[in-house]
Structures are given as structure tokens and as C-alpha cells.
Design a protein around this ligand. Structure first.
Ligand code: DUC
Ligand code: ZN
Ligand code: ZN
Length: 466
């Protein structure tokens, strides 16, 4: 064997056991005791986890007002690798009027040769023309682009109900998975106007404009449309109790509705958007849907435990707080001009481990399921990814469950100039990330040149009979 990892505790979504792992040609070829190979990594005292899979990141995506994201593929995947991830799933965003095929080619040009982790694109469909629905989407699904995101809000991205139903129909026919950004566009615009009329323009009011009621309504509407078409969907970035209850309502009726939540909904609340004294500091926390309250945090924890949530992602969508990102003269006039999104690909795993496993809220198995195995199953990467098994890619994260230190911007690898989690105490950090048998990060720093590749995916397990 090329490499053996010895003395660690192997953790999967179903078990924990002491074993060595033997790796040849980038794959796991043996799991056992007393293994030997050309190279040895001693994992005594460490957990050996399947590499993290962050199924929701935004890298090098253009925005409607020309604001440039803080991470491209090089810095975004560097940050992912340092944070214990071996695969990320970013988006290829279709600009209205653009062919989806040329959009995918553009993103490949940006990613190729630059990625420290493996990558696999979701598509974002903003312009479901007959050509896109009839030809481009089916051909792209055949090529392994088996998931697409649709938006129920944002002027430049929103699909109306008829368009949503059209996209759902193609997904059903092609066995592709639709990810839904569920927030009611008209309700948000109405609330935004009313808040602005009252002079309530600070970043804090972003949280009020993007009310949980609007998220609940859109979640239910998306579920109803999916039921009409009889297609599985994923409700992404679920922020609180109200939309979560809609997902539970759907599940209780046997509907195939999957759900994702993210770090910001357990680690932040609406109060963070107040900043220091309702000042522009709050812009550091502006994301959509926004963080909610303590009651919603408690509900999200319950959902992480009981299986309401299949996956836990970062929704990494970084904009710098300096004059090139969130803080522009226009953004100072109203929260509605503050770019929506926060960084988090490097802190996702430590936050869930520390707040979840170290504090006794979730088991180690649940942690692995939410952050690696389930994303792989949901998006057609399993068992090549997301498992520790003979024949799987040797994507592994060695984890020190006792290492305690706070999150500090100065220690992070992203291109953003702040973290919304500054100073948060964390117990449990990744100490080595291994992609297909090669070490790509050690102690929070990337090593080596980018070796990440593009992954072709199969059909989501959401389409299999239970
Ligand atoms: N939706 C996302 O998924 N990410 C950032 C902003 C948004 O609205
Ligand atoms: Zn979204
Ligand atoms: Zn997102």
C-alpha cells in the first residue's frame, strides 16, 4: 500500500471503531489491524472521518450590481480544505439570456486547475426557456449535472409558479434534484418598502424584511408544487422553526422533501444584525434567509437530531466588509443593497462539531451523516465519496476532538476580510485533510498544489424507493 493511517478511531455514519486504513492509488483498499505501507500517518488519539462534503458554496459568482465575491475557486477551495473538506459543490449560475451549456463551460474555465478539493457543480436555472427545458437541461443531466437550484425571490433570479412547475417537470423526467431557495418575493418587497418608508434602513432590518413567515409560505408553496408534479426536492438553507414545520408536515404525508440547514442558523441570531448599535457592522451578518431567534435555533437542533435535516452546509457566499464588498455608499442607504451572503466553508465542520458533538447535542455518527455521507447520497456521489469503505476514494479528515481554540479571522484561509464567527470558542478541529490519498491541508494550512478534479455524479438516492 502507498499509505496507511494507523491507530485512529474510524467514524462513519453508522459506527465508530479502532482500525488502520490502507490506501493504494488514491482509494481505500484495506481496513484492519497492523497494516503496513510505504508511508504511515499516525492517527493515535484522533478521529478518522470521511472528508467533509460542503454541498452548498458560492465561488466566483457574478452579482446583479457587479459586486465581486471574495472567493474564487483557488481561495475558496483552499479555505474548504483547511476546514476539513475534500469535496465542495458550488453553483454555475445562468445569467438570464445565457445558454446553460455555455454557463457551465465558463465555470469550468474558472475552476480547472485551481481547486484544492474535488468539485461538482449544481446549476442555477434563472431562464427556463423552451430551449433550456427541452434540450439543455436534459443533456446536462446526462452529463452528470444532476441538481439545479431555483429561486423564489430576487428580481434577477426569481421564477414564477408556472416556471417552477416547468422546471420540476423536467427534473422528474430526467431524475434530477431541484434545490429550492424558498422565500416569498412579493412579501419581502412589500416589507422592504414599508421599512424604508419608516426610515428603517440599517442592516438590522434585512432580518425583518426577510420574515420567517415569507420563508414558511414559500416553503409550503414549493412543497405543494413538488407534490403536484410528484418530484423530490431539497429545501435549502432552512432558517427556523416555521419553514421546518412545513417540511415535517410534508414528510408526515410521505412526500420526498429533503432539507438543508447551515452554520448561521445555529451560531447566529437576528440580534447579530444589530451590529454595535444598529450600525453598519450588522452588514457582516446579512444573508438570506437571515438568522432567527433562540427558539428557532432550538428547533433547528431538534431537526438536526431527529432527521428532519438531511444535510448541514455552509452556504459560503463571501463578500468583503471593506469598500469592495458589502460596504458601499449605496448599501449605506438601505439594507436592500447589502450583498446577501457570509463566509463559512472553513468553519462549518468545527462549528457543528463543537456546538453539536462536543456539547452533547448530536452523536458523532449524526455529525458524519449530516456533513459527508448524506450530502454524498443526496447528490449522487455515494459511495465514491462520503464513506470509509473498501473501494471508496481515500478522502479522509483526521480530527482532534480535544483541540480547543477560538475562531479567528487571522487564522482563516478564505479571501474574505472577516468571519461572522470571530472569537467563537471551538472544541474539536481538523488537523489533516487527505484527498484521494494526498494530504492537502495540515493544522489549518493548505499544503501542495491544487489537485482537485471535477466529479461526474449519478442519480440522487432521493429517486430510489425507500
Ligand atoms: N442564497 C444562497 O443560497 N446564498 C446566498 C444568498 C442567497 O440568497
Ligand atoms: Zn439561496
Ligand atoms: Zn447559497
Amino acid at each position: 500500500m502507498d499509505l496507511v493511517i494507523t491507530g485512529g478511531t474510524v467514524v462513519t455514519a453508522s459506527d465508530s471503531y479502532a482500525a488502520d486504513i490502507g490506501i493504494r492509488d488514491g482509494c481505500i483498499v484495506q481496513i484492519g489491524q497492523g497494516l503496513e505501507g510505504a508511508e504511515r500517518i499516525d492517527a493515535t488519539g484522533l478521529l478518522v472521518l470521511p472528508g467533509g462534503i460542503d454541498a452548498h458554496v458560492h465561488l466566483d459568482q457574478p452579482t446583479s450590481d457587479g459586486t465581486v465575491m471574495a472567493d474564487g475557486f483557488a481561495s475558496g477551495t483552499r479555505s474548504a480544505a483547511a476546514g476539513g473538506n475534500t469535496t465542495v459543490l458550488p453553483f454555475a449560475l445562468q445569467i438570464k439570456g445565457q445558454s446553460l451549456r455555455s454557463c457551465v463551460e465558463d465555470y469550468h474555465r474558472k475552476a480547472d486547475g485551481n481547486c484544492h478539493t474535488d468539485v461538482s457543480f449544481h446549476l442555477i436555472v434563472t431562464d427556463p426557456t423552451p430551449q433550456v427545458l427541452g434540450q439543455e437541461l436534459p443533456a446536462l443531466v446526462q452529463d452528470g449535472y444532476t441538481s439545479f437550484k431555483v429561486f423564489m425571490t430576487y428580481d434577477d433570479l426569481v421564477l414564477n409558479d408556472a416556471e417552477l412547475l416547468d422546471v420540476f417537470e423536467v427534473a422528474r423526467r430526467e431524475r434530477a434534484l431541484v434545490m429550492v431557495h424558498a422565500e416569498g418575493h412579493d412579501a419581502i418587497k412589500h416589507l422592504t418598502r414599508r421599512l424604508e418608508d419608516m426610515g428603517r434602513t440599517a442592516p438590522f432590518y434585512h432580518g425583518q424584511a426577510h420574515a420567517q413567515i415569507a420563508e414558511r409560505e414559500a416553503t409550503h408553496r414549493a412543497i405543494s408544487h413538488a407534490q403536484l408534479i410528484d418530484v423530490p426536492i431539497v429545501i435549502v438553507h432552512v432558517s427556523g422553526r416555521d419553514p421546518m414545520e412545513q417540511i415535517q408536515w410534508a414528510r408526515a404525508r410521505g412526500l420526498k422533501v429533503h432539507a438543508e440547514t447551515c452554520s448561521q442558523y445555529i451560531a447566529l441570531t437576528a440580534d447579530d444584525l444589530r451590529g454595535l448599535n444598529m450600525d453598519f457592522e450588522g452588514a457582516k451578518y446579512v444573508c438570506s434567509p437571515p438568522p432567527r431567534d433562540a427558539d428557532s435555533q432550538a428547533a433547528i437542533w431538534q431537526g438536526l437530531r431527529d432527521g428532519t435535516f438531511d444535510i448541514f452546509s455552509s452556504d459560503h457566499c463571501p463578500f468583503r466588509i471593506d469598500g469592495t464588498g458589502k460596504d458601499t455608499p449605496r448599501a449605506r442607504t438601505s439594507f436592500k443593497w447589502v450583498p446577501n451572503g457570509i463566509p463559512g466553508v472553513e468553519t462549518r465542520l468545527p462549528i457543528l462539531f463543537s456546538e453539536g458533538v462536543s456539547k452533547g447535542r448530536i452523536s458523532l455518527q449524526r455529525f458524519v451523516a449530516l456533513t459527508s455521507t448524506n450530502p454524498a447520497r443526496l447528490y449522487g456521489l455515494y459511495p465514491q465519496k462520503g464513506s470509509i469503505a473498501i473501494g471508496a476514494d481515500a478522502d479522509l479528515t483526521l480530527w482532534d476532538p480535544t483541540l480547543t481554540r477560538p475562531i479567528r479571522q487571522t487564522a482563516l484561509n478564505h479571501g474574505c476580510d472577516y468571519t461572522p464567527y470571530e472569537g467563537m470558542d471551538i472544541t474539536g478541529w481538523p488537523v489533516r485533510t487527505i484527498l484521494r490519498g494526498q494530504t492537502i491541508a495540515v493544522d489549518g494550512k493548505v499544503v501542495g498544489t491544487p489537485t482537485g478534479g471535477h466529479l461526474v455524479r449519478g442519480t440522487s438516492e432521493a429517486f430510489s424507493p425507500e
